[in-house]
Every structure is written in C-alpha cells, then in structure tokens.
Design a protein around this ligand. Structure first.
Ligand SMILES: Nc1ncnc2c1ncn2[C@@H]1O[C@H](COP(=O)(O)OP(=O)(O)OP(=O)(O)O)[C@@H](O)[C@H]1O
Length: 309
C-alpha cells in the first residue's frame, strides 16, 4: 500500500484581486519506509503542496490519498499522518514535553494510558527523558524540534510530512534530526521532507522531486539523478610529475595533456590503457567526476523544463 498518493494537485490563491497560481500540477507517490526530498526555490509551491497533502488546504483540483484514504473527505486518514510544518509550532509552549505528548496523543485518538506510554517511549528514544517536566519554552531549539517530531509520531503515523525540519538548527541539532529521520524511515514510516539544505537532501533521501513555479520538473531516485548528471570522465592525480615519454604515449592514444600532475580522461574506455601507460608511477587518486545535488538542482531549475518528458 502506498503511504502517500497525490494526483494533479492545483491551487490558485487570490491576493489583491489577482490570481496567484501557487501549485499548477503536482503528483507524487511515496512508499512505506521511503524518504522523498521535495525541493524547489522560494515560492515554488512546496508548502502549499504539503498543506494540501496534509488536508489543511483544499485543492482547487486533484486528489490526495494517505494510505488509501482521502484526508479531505475522511478525517480518519489523519490517523496515518504526522506533520511538522512550521518549525515547532505544533507544540504548547507552556506545557511540558510529557504533557504535550499526552495531549496530542489523545487528540489523535489514543486513550490516556496509550498516549502516556507512547510519549514516554518517544522521550526516551529522542533523548528527552531528562527534560520531560520542563516547559517547552525553556528547551533549546534543537530539543523543541525533536519534541515536535515526537508529537508528530505519537500516534504511530505511516506518513510523516516535514517542512524544513532543520531550519535554524545548529550543526549538532541538525545531525540529531538527520539521524532521527533515518531511524523513523527505518521503522517503515514514509517521509516527505522539504529543505533548502541540499546536502541534507542528498544524504537522506531515496528519491527527489524538484518543483518550480508550481510544477514538478524532475522526479527520480537520488542516486540515479546524480548519475544522470555526472559526467563519465575520470580524473587521475599523480604523486609526481609525468615524464616526457609517457606524455607522448598518452597523446598518441588521444589524450590532451595539459598538466604533468593531472590527467583527464573523457573517454572512459581509455582508463585502463592510461593506467597501463602510467605503471609503475605512484598515483595519488583516480576519481570519476560526480555531480552534486546543488549543481543538479541549479541546472534543472535554470533549464526550467521537465527532464522526465
Ligand atoms: N495564503 C496565501 N495567499 C496568497 N498567496 C499565497 C498563500 N500561500 C502561498 N502563497 C503564494 O503561493 C506561492 C507558493 O508559496 P509556497 O509557500 O507554497 O512556496 P514554497 O515553495 O514553500 O516557498 P519557500 O521555499 O519560500 O517556503 C508563492 O507565490 C506564495 O506567495
């Protein structure tokens, strides 16, 4: 069963008597245990899409299913949904972590005892047990964010929506959140996350969807996207400078040698011929030129057309 299905979502806002087309056409599917990074420039329509998926904004057209149920028609769909949408605002600041977990657990349909037990379990897992009686307003931002995750998970949802989960967190708290996201996915929960920190998306996600001006431009498994945008060239770095004889040999097989320390091989079938010529000189490194997500993102957004077409 798919954890999330969104089909052809569309939303236009009305502002100052003008139409603002926030989401024009967004379709996404996420499977249990999968992490999908939903990326796009400011104003691309990520938050509006997520709010439609969470049942908070009614789409003009299109449909959403959370584990098969439509959150806009069937409130029980929300039993399978957890969301941390605007930082840690899903918390009551005057209440303690324990009280928040119990309150939201009951709100999501657990009885008091179940909510307390599930809450305790999450406090332990998220390393917040020592702070369980401290009012939320006195916790650090990283702790508040972890608690926001815990509250979103207290009823064991099958889908977790995270909008900018690491926004404003320091390096250590960001690492904690990354680990948590992985752990949550490992329990079979599907996760959709938006982030402007592309290295986080690259490390965490199984799949990436890129949205611009309300439309999905690219959607692919993260590694496939990186491979697709990576060249096939190799770069060899020598420990010592190449001698004249070898340079001539390398040029004879078709390479252009511009440096005595670095060799670029743009035809990958030549790699082993080159290595044979270099033998037995010491090599510092042999690397395939790999794109990173930031380059890919910028390239896709700059082209602005759908690479899946
Ligand atoms: N309630 C609203 N009323 C009018 N326009 C809105 C409303 N919410 C969003 N918009 C507009 O819709 C467009 C998409 O906004 P949205 O917040 O979904 O983008 P986003 O991709 O989440 O951006 P960011 O990365 O900056 O958070 C923007 O032009 C925004 O100004």
């Amino acid at each position: 069963m798919k954890a999330l299905e969104a089909y052809n979502l569309k939303k236009t806002f009305r502002r100052n008597k003008q139409n603002v087309p926030a989401v024009k056409d967004v379709s996404l599917t996420i499977y249990p245990g999968e992490i999908l990074a939903f990326l796009g420039p400011n104003g691309a329509g990520k938050t509006t899409s997520i709010k439609m998926m969470a049942g908070l904004i009614q789409p003009d057209s299109g449909s959403v299913r959370i584990v098969g149920k439509d959150p806009h028609r069937n409130a029980s769909a929300l039993q399978n949904l957890g969301a941390v949408l605007e930082g840690n605002r899903n918390l009551y600041w005057r209440l303690t972590p324990e009280e928040n977990l119990e309150y939201f657990g009951v709100l999501k349909g657990l009885n008091r005892r179940e909510a307390r037990l599930a809450g305790r379990d999450l406090l332990e897992r998220f390393d917040l047990l020592a702070k369980r009686h401290t009012p939320v307003e006195q916790l650090s931002r990283g702790m508040q964010q972890k608690l926001a995750f815990a509250v979103a998970l207290v009823h064991r949802p099958k889908l977790l929506l995270l909008d900018e989960p690491t926004l404003g967190l320091d390096v250590e708290a960001t690492e904690d959140v990354k680990i948590l996201v992985r752990e949550i996915a490992a329990t079979g929960c599907a996760i959709l996350l938006t982030t402007h920190q592309l290295q986080i998306a690259e490390i965490l996600s199984d799949r990436i969807a890129i949205i611009q001006k309300g439309e999905i431009l690219a959607e692919a498994p993260t590694q496939k996207l990186i491979q697709q945008f990576s060249g096939t060239a190799y770069k060899i770095e020598m420990e010592t400078a190449l001698d004249e004889t070898r340079i001539i040999e390398l040029e004879t097989i078709g390479l252009e040698i511009e440096s005595r320390r670095f060799i670029y091989i743009d035809r990958p079938e030549l790699l082993y011929k080159v290595l044979a010529i270099l033998q037995p000189l010491p090599i510092q490194s042999v690397a395939k030129e790999q794109a990173n997500l930031t380059e890919i993102f910028l390239q896709i957004v700059k082209q602005g057309n759908n690479i899946n077409d």
